[in-house]
Design a protein around this ligand. Structure first.
Ligand SMILES: C[S@@+](CC[C@H](N)C(=O)[O-])C[C@H]1O[C@@H](n2cnc3c(N)ncnc32)[C@H](O)[C@@H]1O
Length: 219
């Protein structure tokens, strides 16, 4: 039986009204991004995805997060708001312009002090972290799709047992099941989903939230 609720703008509005309590600063970043960055705004996670990240952080007693893909800072701030006072998040991106916007918003709230931003290719920064024996409790992957498998494998090295990896866009607007679509990003996500399904070092599931989010627990 087909169990997905039918998607519609009205249902989304209802979901964001009744299913989510967005902080005013989250709302400010979201609205700035939608107003000023046009179609690119689709890159930021949705409010219900943010609420899910916060729920996982709080209920799993997460202290240290790593984010791959900062953009204008919505998801990093979302996670920082849920972290305990002594919690921290490192966020990685290669784009100076959008992440300068992120920093401007993070500076408006004390939770922003928990965020450490590093500019540069995420794989290189993750490799440095591995060499420094850094360990995180939760890693959120939301950057270039061609590197998803590389980010995942480096994440495994940066987590203890029971650490969590969350990966965005794994249903890729449904393109993954369309045999007529074979662009590079779609192929990367298809291959990534197969890889994670067969990977023995985690247990995982794909949640049909927004554009699809995979959550994994390291075994
Ligand atoms: C989907 S957006 C991130 C959205 C953000 N998590 C949010 O919800 O607001 C993807 C980001 O990944 C960044 N990115 C792309 N390739 C990268 C790389 N090799 N290393 C680090 N960041 C990269 C892009 O500059 C972009 O800002």
């Amino acid at each position: 039986m087909f169990k997905f609720a039918e998607n519609s703008p009205e249902l989304e509005k209802y979901l964001f009204s009744f299913g989510v309590n967005e902080h005013p600063l989250q709302k400010e970043i979201r609205e700035y991004t939608e107003k000023n960055l046009g179609n690119s705004a689709i890159m930021q996670i949705s409010p219900d995805q943010g609420a899910l990240l916060q729920f996982i952080i709080k209920s799993s007693n997460i202290q240290n997060c790593l984010e791959i893909g900062t953009f204008t800072g919505y998801s990093a701030l979302t996670m920082a708001l849920a972290l305990p006072e002594n919690g921290s998040i490192v966020s990685l991106d290669i784009d100076k312009i959008n992440t300068d916007v992120a920093k401007k918003y993070w500076n408006k709230h004390s939770a922003g002090k928990k965020i450490d931003f590093i500019l540069g290719p995420a794989l290189e920064t993750m490799e440095e972290f591995i060499n420094q024996d850094k360990i995180f409790d939760l890693i959120f992957i939301d950057a270039d799709k061609k590197n998803y498998k590389n980010y995942f494998l480096k994440s495994i090295e940066l987590l203890e047992k029971d650490g969590i990896i969350i990966i965005d866009n794994t249903l890729w607007k449904g393109k993954i099941i369309d045999p007529n679509i074979s662009d590079d990003q779609t192929i990367s996500i298809r291959e990534f989903n197969r890889f994670v399904k067969d990977f023995k070092g985690t247990e995982s599931m794909i949640l049909p939230i927004a554009d699809g989010m995979t959550i994994c627990r390291k075994l």
